[in-house]
Design a protein. Structure first.
Length: 178
């Protein structure tokens, strides 16, 4: 009977082998994931997205027109992309950066984005709050509301403030279509 059952030392030896194989495979997999992540971060100029430099936005060629229209806008000298497109509270800023970074990377990697680009509802709210953050002293008493008592978006009337109007970038915001 003793010959059919492995001895205790033999079981320990087998467990060590399995643990060693598992540990090696895990280390290799972790190395591959970290290596690919580091390569992607470097290739995609990931560190630049931690800055406040507007040129970061044109790391993606599809953003060139948005950058060009910002350069021609009235806010060019007083606001950068992050001032209008990110929350002004630190946690919200990094949550929005992470959210947009992930979904923008996914969209651009798989070439699955609208042309022209469209702002998403969540980001439109962030932009509205950014307008009010800087201009609340001037507009708090005159914020127009829609028929459903919702505050009207600032960019409804001021669509060319952050980006000088360009029909390809903002076709629905041309002056005659308001």
């Amino acid at each position: 009977m003793r010959g059919k059952q492995p001895t205790r030392s033999r079981r320990r030896s087998q467990a060590k082998i399995y643990l060693g194989v598992f540990s090696s495979l895990f280390a290799i997999l972790l190395g591959v994931v970290l290596g690919l992540g580091a390569f992607t971060f470097g290739y995609g100029k990931g560190a630049s997205y931690l800055s406040n430099d507007p040129k970061t936005c044109v790391n993606c060629h599809v953003m060139q027109e948005s950058y060009d229209t910002w350069e021609k806008s009235s806010h060019h000298g007083v606001a950068v992309c992050n001032d209008c497109h990110l929350s002004h509270d630190p946690i919200g800023k990094w949550v929005t950066k992470a959210d947009n970074g992930f979904f923008h990377s996914l969209a651009f990697t798989f070439n699955d984005y609208p042309d022209p680009l469209r702002i998403k509802p969540r980001n439109r709210k962030v932009t509205q709050h950014a307008c009010l953050h800087c201009h609340s002293d001037f507009v708090h008493n005159m914020l127009p509301a829609t028929e459903h008592e919702q505050t009207m978006s600032c960019v409804h009337c001021h669509s060319d403030v952050g980006h000088a109007l360009h029909s390809r970038v903002y076709p629905t915001l041309e002056p005659n279509s308001r």
